[in-house]
Design a protein around this ligand. Structure first.
Ligand SMILES: *Cc1c(COP(=O)(O)O)cnc(C)c1O
Length: 462
């Protein structure tokens, strides 16, 4: 399988090179040249298999000869050994025909671990084999950074620099980034919001001299390998509820559009997904886009679901690429307008195609809190605020014919203040996180300034 850029002018790469480089050199995102298909018999065969075995079969067509089968199986096994649940991503029923898929049993309690734990293994294997070393720089609204630091700490082929918006992540998120003591990880508190952090990251990738000099690599959700790892749980959960013999729908709390794009990939691969529902908080650019075709950036408004406080949804570019018939020139024009004019309007044809597979909804802060309380009362399940946004929207979409699966993207204990305010119950951290609040923190505060951030990275490479 070869990988092409959504902007059409970057070199075509193997899986290994697409994974190690992250953003394409023309500013675009890598996507597979074509979508591999699994037939119904193959999908039906996943029933009853372990998460790891399904993961191998779903991802195998995408990785080419980057790893042998035995190597790839071994990397998958190591990646998920740290999970606190033997099913890895278990399903829990909330109501007739409505289920939540718990994606938070990894080491940092959010779904980002599912991909990041595997990427850590794949990076280490590919780099050490090549005798190479890279500088991973990431921007995070909280969960990606902690997952990356957890996955890459102490690996000897990488240094990790994570930029997060100062004062805008939860205390658990911050401590997960600032308490690991490995010398190869750096938590950078930037004076700005998440979109600023993400913009500086893109600036670093677009500074080709800097990029080559430091061996820059990205593990944000723009990295194709992350999207790929997330495709797996769409298959395991859908098959558990009867796919491919019946269709399922998914509701996905959405920020950067990585997680829900993985659902779209599963659908393209042949999984019968009827609907993918985009759930947003008050930062609702994607909901507005689906309703009106107008994709205009607003200002980011902080919320109790901070991992979705985003106005620039990077992975949406990958969907636009398909919706515009893989015309790189059309995508480039849209993305240029987004950067220079703050937005664009979808063509009528593109909007119609988008609405064929996707629906959307927006949830206010008050509705999010009310949903956490209502779900606790009705089911005994405590949701994190992001998952509650999803459940709120999914409830309006549940149909008798098709099971609805809402992705529970984080553990409630990762956002204890919001959960306690909504329910009066303070969710406890799982035992394995034990002493998080007692460990010393280590971070560097930096301005929202490209030169200052680049200087820090350069100075802290070995
Ligand atoms: C990252 C994250 C999201 C948003 O996922 P995207 O892939 O960016 O759309 C939602 N909820 C939680 C808890 C997250 O960490």
């Amino acid at each position: 399988m070869r990988y092409i850029s959504t902007r059409g002018t970057a070199p075509v790469l193997s899986f290994e090179d697409a994974m190690l480089s992250g953003l394409a050199r023309d500013g675009g995102l890598y996507v597979p040249e074509s979508w591999p298909r699994l037939n119904a018999a193959q999908i039906a065969g996943f029933a009853g298999q372990s998460y790891e075995d399904v993961a191998f079969q779903v991802m195998r067509p995408f990785i080419g000869d980057t790893f042998t089968d035995a190597e790839f199986q071994d990397l998958i096994t190591k990646a998920y050994a740290s999970f606190g649940h033997s099913a890895r991503c278990p399903l829990v029923q909330l109501a007739p025909n409505h289920f939540v898929l718990e994606l938070f049993h990894g080491p940092t309690l959010a779904f980002k671990d599912v991909a990041m734990q595997l990427i850590g293994q794949m990076f280490q294997h590919a780099l050490s084999r090549a005798g190479r070393r890279v500088a991973i720089v990431g921007a995070t609204s909280g969960d990606t950074g902690s997952a990356a630091i957890e996955a890459f700490q102490n690996l000897d082929a990488v240094d990790v620099f994570i930029m997060y918006p100062h004062g805008r992540v939860s205390e658990v998120q911050r401590r997960q980034m600032t308490t690991p003591s490995a010398a190869n990880v750096h938590a950078l508190a930037v004076d700005g919001d998440f979109d600023d952090c993400q913009a500086r990251l893109k600036d670093m990738f677009n500074d080709l001299e800097f990029r080559d000099r430091v061996g820059l690599a990205g593990v944000n959700s723009i990295n194709w390998a992350r999207v790929l790892a997330q495709v797996v749980y769409y298959f395991t959960s859908a098959v558990a509820l009867g796919a491919p013999h019946r269709s399922v729908s998914f509701t996905v709390p959405t920020g950067n559009f990585g997680d829900i794009f993985a659902g779209y990939v599963a659908q393209r691969m042949g999984l019968p997904i009827e609907r993918l529902v985009i759930a947003t908080n008050q930062n609702d650019i994607l909901h507005r886009t689906l309703q009106t075709g107008d994709h205009t950036k607003g200002a980011v408004v902080p919320s109790i679901s901070p991992s979705m406080d985003i106005q620039v949804s990077s992975n949406f570019e990958r969907l636009l690429f398909d919706v515009y018939d893989r015309e790189a020139a059309a995508v480039t024009q849209l993305m240029t307008a987004l950067r220079d004019e703050g937005g664009f309007t979808l063509s009528q044809g593109a909007l119609t195609r988008l609405r064929e597979g996707f629906a959307s909804g927006r949830v206010s802060e008050a509705e999010t809190s009310a949903q956490i309380a209502a779900t606790l009362k009705a089911t005994g399940v405590l949701l994190c605020p992001h998952s509650a946004v999803g459940v709120r929207i999914a409830e309006d979409q549940v149909q008798t014919a098709t099971p609805m699966i809402t992705l529970a993207t984080a553990h409630p204990a990762k956002f204890p203040d919001a959960v306690e305010a909504a329910t009066g119950v303070r969710p406890a951290l799982p035992d394995r996180m034990g002493d998080l609040f007692d460990r010393p923190e280590r971070l560097t505060r930096l301005p929202n300034d490209l030169a200052a951030l680049q200087a820090y990275v350069t100075k802290h490479l070995p």
